[in-house]
Design a protein around this ligand. Structure first.
Ligand code: IMP
Ligand code: MG
Length: 177
């Protein structure tokens, strides 16, 4: 896509993202030195982040995927999340890090966290690229975080609006209509 044809405003550049993920990967590699980890990517938004993050981690790792969807139109009110695609293998006794594109209300991650805890991992942490802190409805501890962002809808770098824009290399603010 040509830059001048793109009506969206760049919010976080690919260079900034690359630098931040390098740091995050280094931190994770240090924290888990001598261990193996399992990165669980939350589909679909997390895939671009996962792909870059895993290449910046130097310790042995495996990856797996989970897909969830919220019941009804409003995640805000129900807070009920359903597993659409579960993990391929057991996480029992594994050092698990959930890899998510963005934390908004926190409902999705708190649900995944609860399910995962019941499966008895050796440890469980959360890694998210973006965090809209002001929108939080439930308490979530994000152990590895890229950027805190304001309450704006963002797209690109895996993040979508109506399934579009995931392929953009930078992160953009979607203009409010
Ligand atoms: P939560 O359960 O409210 O924390 O919802 C998090 C999910 O909502 C993320 O995994 C995204 O899929 C989606 N989401 C929240 N904010 C945005 C945004 O600004 N752009 C794209 N997707 C978003
Ligand atoms: Mg998501």
């Amino acid at each position: 896509m040509k830059k001048e044809k793109n009506p969206l405003k760049v919010f976080i550049t690919r260079e900034k993202i690359r630098e931040k993920i390098k740091e995050m990967g280094r931190k994770i590699s240090e924290d888990y030195e001598g261990k193996e980890i399992l990165l669980v990517c939350v589909l679909k938004g997390g895939i671009v982040f996962l792909a870059d993050l895993m290449r910046n981690i130097s310790i042995p790792l495996e990856i797996d995927f989970i897909a969830v969807s919220s019941y009804g139109a409003s995640t805000k009110t129900s807070g009920i999340v359903r597993i659409v695609k579960d993990l391929e293998s057991s996480i029992e006794n594994k050092h698990v890090i959930i890899v998510e594109d963005i934390v908004d209300t926190g409902l999705t991650l708190s649900y995944i966290e609860e399910i995962f805890e019941s499966r008895k991992p050796a440890s469980l942490k959360i890694c998210a690229l973006l965090d809209k802190k002001d929108r939080r409805l439930v308490k979530i501890k994000v152990d590895y975080l890229g950027f805190v962002i304001p309450d704006k809808f963002v797209v690109g770098y895996g993040l979508d609006y109506g399934e579009k824009y995931r392929n953009l290399a930078d992160i953009y603010i979607l203009p409010q209509e």
